[in-house]
Design a protein around this ligand. Structure first.
Ligand SMILES: O=C[C@H](O)COP(=O)(O)O
Length: 251
């Protein structure tokens, strides 16, 4: 049975003291077992959060990174730096990065390869816009994003990649995809992964759903056959709410 992975993506929120208080609250209470809790925090908080998470099963992720190891890339953060800090995961190709910072599938692929080169687990985000859904393009768009993100990876690396399906129209809008809609696309993603690797590999891949996930709807989403977790924005900012979401992953 695949484990459940609940990742809280804080986006550009909190200050260092608030981040520290959050970790103080969740680290001792986070449930163990077949669920993984990941906090995806802004870069300046990462060293402190990694320190606070030490000895626990809570993992700390970055929300982005550059694909090069080092160099003249003002304002960027490299995979080498993240690894050195003790970060274990990195969110790549979030729709806000794609939309607001012009990230392409090709760039996401370079970053995904760089993550594996430095032993970081990528959480690769894919998802369609409302226009694309209404034009019946969801499966093509999402399938293509997945194929391009994992192009050139070994089967073992694909098996280790976490894929987060986040319909853009459901992010921060309060509009959750129905659990059936979400599962339909997650099932398609697993099919695409099987096409480019094998059924065995596809069965191992963790596929999260993201988009207005909250304690009130998480159980139904996690009960779906191909949804193995959640990438949560707004509802991950409050420690009690985040703990409830992680707890839901143990059921
Ligand atoms: O990375 C998280 C997603 O963008 C979902 O955000 P949300 O839960 O605030 O809709």
């Amino acid at each position: 049975m695949r484990k459940k992975v609940i990742a809280g993506n804080w986006k550009m929120n909190k200050v260092l003291s608030e981040a520290g208080e959050f970790m103080d609250l969740i680290v001792p209470k986070a449930p163990k077992g077949n669920v993984e809790a990941i906090v995806c925090a802004p870069f300046p908080f990462l060293p402190k959060l990694v320190e606070q998470a030490k000895g626990s099963e809570v993992k700390v992720a970055a929300q982005n990174m550059h694909f090069e190891d080092s160099g003249a890339f003002t304002g960027e953060v490299s995979p080498v730096m993240l690894k050195d800090l003790g970060v274990t995961h990195v969110v790549l190709g979030h729709s806000e990065r794609r939309e607001l910072f012009a990230e392409t599938d090709e760039l996401v692929n370079k970053k995904t390869k760089a993550a594996f080169a430095h032993d970081l687990t990528p959480i690769v985000c894919v998802g369609e816009t409302l226009d694309q859904r209404e034009a019946n393009e969801t499966m093509n768009i999402v399938g293509e994003q997945v194929k391009q993100a994992v192009a050139g990876l070994s089967n073992e690396q694909v098996a280790e990649t976490i894929i987060a399906y986040e319909p853009v129209w459901a992010i921060g809008t309060g509009k959750t995809a129905t659990s059936e809609q979400a599962n339909e696309v997650c099932t398609e993603i697993r099919k695409v992964v099987a096409e480019v690797t094998s059924t065995e590999i596809a069965e191992k891949v963790i596929i999260q759903y993201g988009g207005s996930v909250k304690p009130a709807n998480v159980d139904e989403l996690l009960a779906q056959s191909d949804i193995d977790g959640a990438l949560v924005g707004g509802a991950s900012l409050d420690p009690e709410s985040f703990l409830q979401l992680v707890e839901a992953g143990t059921k």
